[in-house]
Design a protein around this ligand. Structure first.
Ligand SMILES: C[S@@+](CC[C@H](N)C(=O)[O-])C[C@H]1O[C@@H](n2cnc3c(N)ncnc32)[C@H](O)[C@@H]1O
Length: 240
């Protein structure tokens, strides 16, 4: 799955050029490229704030209406702090974590929609969204700066994306090597005279812990090196 072609950011009538630039920068940090902006055209200040994300601004698509900007997406996720304007929502807000875990990274085309700095998204726009994402904040002041809200939501996306697409797919220990590691640990336990029933209990526990740790191949080789040293010493001792 290539998030670049699947996940877009839509800014609805942003006022501050600095925010637009900061959004482009976060998108570049997160590997996204499709920025859509309703009504506001990025200027020099936005370019300056975007730093290495300036190419995103140069290619940003400008729309006149909300309806045009959201065309062609499977999921339209509006964002809001909700609490201040709670009763204007007709759907239940979800956290960014919940959204990405369950819906956002399923291969569908997703539009993340962010509202105006002064009054967020209008009711008519919220009605066109299938999800509302809310970032938890201080209950007395849960309203984030627009570009910070974008960065938080994209961060939760990228963490999950790399976990599933980079680490698991490319680096994580193979099941064959995992078996090799577990049998070395088991052998080490026998060398230090653990009883069979204790070994069974410990191996079940260690299997779970090592499975959760998602260790990489290079970590595997390092751990094997340490085990080899310990086992060699113990074997030499028993032969002395
Ligand atoms: C400065 S806020 C606008 C606040 C505005 N008073 C409102 O009612 O939404 C600008 C945008 O940042 C995003 N945002 C700010 N705080 C958020 C939060 N806690 N959860 C999700 N999005 C948030 C939303 O897209 C919001 O429209």
């Amino acid at each position: 799955m290539d998030i670049k072609n699947l996940i877009s950011v839509i800014l609805v009538e942003p006022k501050y050029q600095g925010n637009i630039g900061a959004v482009a920068r976060s998108m570049a940090n997160s590997g996204l490229t499709d920025l859509r902006i309703i009504k506001t055209i990025p200027d020099e200040e936005a370019m300056h704030r975007a730093m290495h994300g300036d190419y995103i601004l140069k290619n940003a698509k400008i729309y006149n209406t909300f309806e045009e900007a959201i065309k062609g997406f499977d999921i339209i996720a509006g964002t809001s702090d909700v609490s201040k304007s709670g009763n204007k929502f007709r759907r239940v807000p979800v956290s960014p974590e919940y959204f990405w875990d369950n819906y956002g990274l399923n291969g569908q085309k997703v539009a993340l929609v962010f509202g105006r700095e002064d009054n967020g998204l209008h009711n008519s726009e919220l009605d066109k969204c299938n999800f509302f994402i809310k970032i938890i904040g201080n209950p007395e002041y849960p309203v984030y700066n627009l570009s910070h809200a974008v960065a938080i939501i994209l961060y939760e996306m990228i963490v999950r994306y790399y976990k599933t697409n980079v680490i698991e797919a490319k680096d994580v220990i193979t099941s064959e090597n995992l078996n090799v590691l577990m049998s070395r640990i088991e052998y080490l336990l026998t060398l230090v005279d653990y009883k069979d029933f204790q070994i069974n209990i410990l191996m079940t526990m260690l299997n779970k812990i090592i499975g959760r740790a998602q260790i990489t191949e290079s970590e595997f080789y390092k751990i094997m090196g340490i085990l080899r040293q310990i086992i060699n010493r113990l074997e030499n001792k028993t032969h002395e």
